[in-house]
Ligand binder design. Structure first.
Ligand SMILES: Cc1cc2nc3c(=O)[nH]c(=O)nc-3n(C[C@H](O)[C@H](O)[C@H](O)COP(=O)(O)OP(=O)(O)OC[C@H]3O[C@@H](n4cnc5c(N)ncnc54)[C@H](O)[C@@H]3O)c2cc1C
Length: 362
């Protein structure tokens, strides 16, 4: 049996490793659009902050580990571009050369994850504005901070008499957990951080009274909060630094801007196979991770899952469920009767020596 897995990070890598444990003879091909497989996205904010200093510490397993220890054919820089469900083939494009090859499959597993929400705001593509999603994103942010800031803060034109380096300024847009963790890490790096959030509170799923406690804790630790104010656009000033303009007419100066406005399921590939997409925008699967095509499975951030209290469809972009889905898909492909029992969206986030957690209906 030949199994092709699209996406080589949380759900995809878990699925590949479990499949090999269950079936020594299966032919397994895992393709990943980016340069790395099986890395810890969760560590990216901490790598930006320098808590995890070495990039290599983010990489859980390499392409070589999968090849040599699991006999899995791994192709990085390889993007799946379309699926022909009738012929049971998938087209794979080499990101470097642009060459396309067609691969047949008996079972296909989609774990393409989610895309960052990036609204078409004026100036959003200016240099110095980043998102935190992949290892290359974190590397770019670190390089920008390490190389670019002396220029951006005007240090290049300072006289030798001026001894004090001006404090670097960061604006983080979005008060969800990726925005908050990145903001915390930039505070650790010595930045003056302003967090701009459209709603009246940080951490949307929290009850307002708890969110207020979290907000107070962030401020006590040196973060500035600009709540209830959406971003209207970004501008580059003459000295190269940035300004974040908000809907209320305020302007926040910045040497670096992080946009963390949440994610949405990546369903581009699923749509080429005409798979059912739910009302929340994720790929629909049954409790065995099977999509509307019985030979195609989908897992992770790209799918809709049942909330096990309300039985309603929901989107949960977290690593725990993604890994679990990956293992269930592998079990089912290998003939086991595993099922996903749904989710209650439990999350825990550490911020400046405090832990914030929630679970259940929010
Ligand atoms: C900065 C950050 C911090 C996070 N922190 C936490 C945390 O603390 N706790 C937690 O539980 N979760 C956290 N998450 C979320 C967690 O990382 C995701 O929920 C999890 O990785 C989802 O797994 P996945 O397999 O669905 O997608 P991903 O792990 O994102 O993997 C999808 C992969 O598929 C590849 N891909 C997409 N389309 C194609 C294609 N057509 N062809 C080939 N490859 C393709 C992508 O390049 C990507 O590498 C964090 C995420 C980020 C970005």
């Amino acid at each position: 049996m030949k199994i092709v897995i699209v996406g080589g990070v949380a759900g995809g890598a878990s699925c590949a490793a479990r499949l090999r444990r269950l079936d020594e003879n299966a032919e397994i091909l895992m393709v990943e659009r980016g340069p790395y497989v099986s890395y810890a996205n969760c560590g990216l904010p901490y790598h930006i902050g320098g808590v995890i200093e070495e990039e290599a510490k983010l990489l859980v397993a390499s392409e070589r580990t999968f090849r040599e220890q699991f006999a899995i054919d791994v192709r990085t820089n390889c993007e799946a571009v379309s699926i022909d469900p009738k012929a049971k083939t998938i087209d794979l494009r080499d990101v470097v050369t642009g060459d396309i090859v067609k691969e047949p499959y008996d079972k296909l597993v989609l774990s393409p994850g989610a895309k960052s929400i990036r609204p078409p705001l004026p100036g959003i593509d200016l240099p110095g504005i980043f998102e935190v999603r992949t290892v290359p994103d974190a590397r770019m942010i670190r390089e920008w901070i390490e190389r670019g800031t002396a220029y951006l803060t005007g240090m290049n034109s300072y006289s030798g008499i001026q001894m004090m380096r001006p404090k670097l300024r960061a604006v983080v847009v979005g008060g969800g957990f990726i925005g908050l963790e990145t903001a915390e890490n930039l505070v650790h790096r010595g930045f003056e951080v302003t967090l701009v959030e459209m709603s009246d509170q940080v951490m949307g799923p929290l009850d307002p009274e708890f969110a207020r406690l979290v907000g107070g804790h962030l401020e006590l630790n040196g973060m500035k909060l600009a709540l209830g104010d959406g971003v209207a656009g970004f501008r580059q000033l003459e000295n190269g630094s940035l300004e974040v303009d908000t809907q209320s007419g305020k302007a926040y100066p910045a040497d670096v801007v992080i946009v963390a406005l949440g994610v949405k399921p990546d369903t581009d590939l699923a749509k080429t196979a005409d798979l059912e997409i739910g009302e929340r925008g994720g790929i629909r699967t049954d409790d065995q991770m099977r999509t509307s095509d019985p030979d195609i499975f989908a897992v992770g951030d790209a799918i809709e899952v049942r909330d096990f209290m309300t039985d309603e469809w929901s989107l949960i972009a977290l690593a725990g469920p993604a890994n679990r889905h990956g293992r269930i898909a592998a079990d089912v492909i290998a003939g086991r009767d595993s099922r996903f029992r749904g989710t209650q969206g439990t999350s825990i986030c550490g911020l400046f020596d405090a832990a914030v957690a929630w679970t259940g209906i929010s």
